[in-house]
Design a protein around this ligand. Structure first.
Ligand SMILES: [Zn+2]
Length: 178
């Protein structure tokens, strides 16, 4: 079920979100409307699409129509993999690094295989949340089953590694500093 859209007006507009485009018109992220209005008011961005119907906002002694999409004048460099989530594609080497070659089921330090938590045959993907380092005996025991079916619990929740998440946050901070 979808929640009905909230009517945006001059009293609650701060709660709306605005899409930010790079100078190249590539979508970057969403920011709170207040931040977007400031970027327009200080001349760092222009409105590409205003809210319909028009919601006039007072900012920096100017009256600006509330935007729904703005475009930055200055190009912000964003690495190709801009958004990293647990469902993002992971490499086997990256998973071994994250898990320090420790088996996700028995903590054995000599994990040499990669386990798909949800087996590939069930649609399990090569994502950060679905791949774990695994020792050979555990991998053979689990076989083509989910952890529940195999009665084997994950010792930790597989996630995007910290250093990748940090790189992502650096991008947001750079954006916030414009
Ligand atoms: Zn193991």
């Amino acid at each position: 079920m979808r929640t009905p859209p909230v009517t945006v007006h001059s009293r609650n507009w701060q709660r709306s979100r605005v899409l930010v485009l790079n100078a190249t018109f590539q979508a970057l992220c969403e920011v709170p409307a207040e931040r977007a209005v400031t970027l327009v008011a200080i001349g760092a961005a222009e409105s590409v699409a205003d809210h319909e119907p028009r919601v006039p906002i007072r900012a920096q002694h100017l009256e600006i129509p509330l935007p729904v999409t703005i475009r930055l004048f200055e190009y912000v460099y964003v690495p190709h993999t801009a958004t990293v989530t647990d469902t993002s594609r992971a490499t086997y080497a990256g998973v071994f690094r994250r898990d320090r070659h420790s088996c996700a089921y028995c903590a054995d330090q000599a994990a040499t295989t990669i386990d798909h938590v949800v087996p590939r045959s069930r649609g399990g993907t090569n994502s950060w949340a679905n791949l774990v380092a695994c020792c050979r005996p555990c991998n053979q025991r689990k076989a083509d089953r989910t952890p529940q079916e195999a009665g084997m619990a994950l010792l930790w929740e597989p996630k995007v590694p910290n250093h990748i998440e940090k790189a992502q946050h650096r991008i947001w901070r750079r954006l916030a500093a414009i």
